[in-house]
Design a binder for this molecule. Structure first.
Ligand code: SF4
Length: 346
């Protein structure tokens, strides 16, 4: 099987060029077509000779990503669906607010983490996205944002379908191009990676000097409840997670964000708020309370407004930085995995 040319490094590309009797400076031109002005066909690399384009075609493939659906929500959210070259389907969401446009992107087709409240979990795990596919998704979303909101992306949250730290190498390579001069040149500070809690990879992010922000989808702070709703907790327990977060903070000095989706009568009582306040003492942090976007058939409901306010006030009373994130795009299947479930087998 041919290698995706977006999976190889600039040095490997130079070696390939030399072995084909070409000058190594061509690598810079090719990198431009791969990342700066991404093309979907080698023949679009118009400043390369025909024989070189032919040789590239013989040895490599180009990752493909085609926009197949766009749904506009009444609240301004745009949900998009992309087909990949093997006919798999992924989702990306654009979320506008007063001062920014945020893209929520996918890193896998499906997911193997099995969180009980999540529509993507029902798809099972199909495959990892390549670095090229992750990058192209952002590139397309940036184009759509410019057309739709007349401004490009200001932020990216790696929080869509899939567990990004279960696809570490492709995600970190994509980030390198999203932030590098060869690609979109975005600031690291505007990219947030959200994990269900792959503890060893959280440590690796710190060791590898990955500068983007880290967010942990916590959702419960005692092992019994967390394992019930997030099976990953059976292996990466609260204690193991706490150690990895302290290690991460110790090395990076970054503040941790916690995502906590409020599920009615499951994790939204005072005892849970107390546990959350206690746990989050381990490092400087902020907490995002998230209004649940119900997925039919999963049996979870969003917390009442009264419980939500009580939960929030409890945390604020402990001097924690807390934000309530209202669910967006409910009329366009914006809960992660909902659209993909619809498009499955289409
Ligand atoms: S919430 Fe995230 S990690 Fe959990 S199953 Fe869904 S996509 Fe995977």
């Amino acid at each position: 099987m041919k290698n995706d040319i977006r999976n190889i490094s600039s040095d490997a590309l130079k070696s390939w060029l030399i072995s084909h009797g070409e000058k190594p400076f061509r690598a810079k031109q090719i990198m431009h077509w791969l990342w700066k002005q991404p093309v979907q066909d080698f023949d679009e690399m118009t400043n390369l000779s025909k024989p070189l384009r032919h040789a590239l075609k013989s040895d490599f493939v180009l990752s493909q990503l085609h926009l197949v659906t766009t749904q506009n929500s009444s609240d301004g959210t745009v949900k998009t669906g992309f087909r990949l070259s093997d006919n798999e389907f992924i989702e990306g969401v654009l979320i506008p607010s007063k001062e920014r446009v945020t893209a929520c992107i996918s890193t896998q087709v499906g997911c193997r983490m099995g969180c009980k409240f999540c529509a993507t979990a029902g798809l099972g795990f199909h495959r990892n996205l390549s670095a090229g596919e992750i990058y192209l998704q952002v590139w397309h979303l940036n184009q759509i944002a410019e057309e739709h909101y007349k401004t490009g992306l200001s932020n990216i949250v790696i929080m869509g379908m899939g567990e990004p730290l279960d696809n570490y190498s492709a995600v970190t390579t994509a980030v390198q191009f999203l932030t590098g001069d060869e690609g979109l040149g975005m600031s690291h500070r505007r990219i947030t990676l959200s994990t269900a809690g792959v503890a060893d990879k959280i440590k690796q992010m710190a060791d590898d000097g990955i500068k983007i922000k880290l967010s942990l989808s916590l959702h419960a702070v005692n092992d019994k409840l967390r394992s019930q709703i997030m099976p990953i907790n059976n292996k990466h327990t609260i204690q193991v997670l706490a150690e990895s977060l302290q290690y991460y903070h110790g090395k990076t000095n970054h503040r941790i964000s916690y995502e906590y989706v409020l599920l009615k009568n499951i994790n939204d009582q005072e005892i849970h708020a107390r546990e959350l306040a206690e746990f989050t003492k381990i490092t400087p942090c902020k907490i995002n309370l998230i209004e649940y976007n119900p997925v039919s058939g999963l049996g979870f409901e969003k917390s009442t407004e009264e419980s939500t306010q009580r939960f929030m006030k409890f945390l604020e009373g402990r001097n924690l930085i807390v934000k309530l994130r209202r669910s967006r795009g409910a009329d366009v299947d914006a809960a992660c995995g909902q659209l993909a479930n619809k498009f499955r087998n289409k």
